[in-house]
Write a protein that binds this ligand. Structure first.
Ligand SMILES: [Zn+2]
Length: 168
């Protein structure tokens, strides 16, 4: 199992446990800070045909926050649930993403990441080690601690991609 992303440098164990919820909560303001005032044409422009535009990055991270929140809920109410694969890069071709305006997308990300952070803060100590069987990108047993750290990775990774997407 890799613990460090070779693209963005995020390490799965680099965030101390008491900081996890606040790292999640910060993504709404962080993305807003990068994108506020940016020309809508640039926000919606893909740097390459197979790379996300800024707005697609925001919507993708919001989707991930909701998805990981849902997984954690399943892990709390079921004993090691099987989590079915969800579309990943399929969303790259989801034209609906391009029709969002920036404010709506940023509000959605703030709402989703705040809800996930709130849920994390409510976790009891023993619940962090509850597990699920995930099937993407390969079958693996993961605990809630990993799911939270994976959500932070998505935010960190796509914030870098978002910044990069703004410059030609
Ligand atoms: Zn990464």
């Amino acid at each position: 199992m890799t613990t460090k992303c070779d693209k963005c440098g995020y390490g799965y164990h680099e965030v101390k446990s008491p900081e996890l919820a606040n790292r999640i909560r910060a993504f709404g303001p962080l993305f807003r800070g990068v994108l506020v005032g940016v020309d809508p044409r640039i926000v919606h422009r893909r740097p390459a045909p197979d790379e996300y535009s800024a707005i697609e990055n925001v919507l993708h991270v919001a989707d991930v926050m909701r998805q990981q929140h849902n997984r954690i809920w399943l892990m709390l109410v079921h004993d090691e649930p099987e989590v079915v694969p969800v579309p990943g890069d399929d969303s790259l071709v989801n034209a609906a993403y391009q029709n969002f305006d920036l404010e709506t997308a940023l509000d959605g990300l703030t709402e989703a990441s705040t809800a996930l952070a709130d849920a994390i803060e409510d976790l009891r100590d023993e619940e962090w080690s509850y597990t699920a069987v995930l099937h993407f990108p390969y079958r693996s047993v993961r605990n809630i601690d990993w799911v939270v750290r994976d959500a932070i990775h998505e935010g960190v990774h796509h914030l870098i991609d978002t910044r990069r997407s703004l410059t030609p």
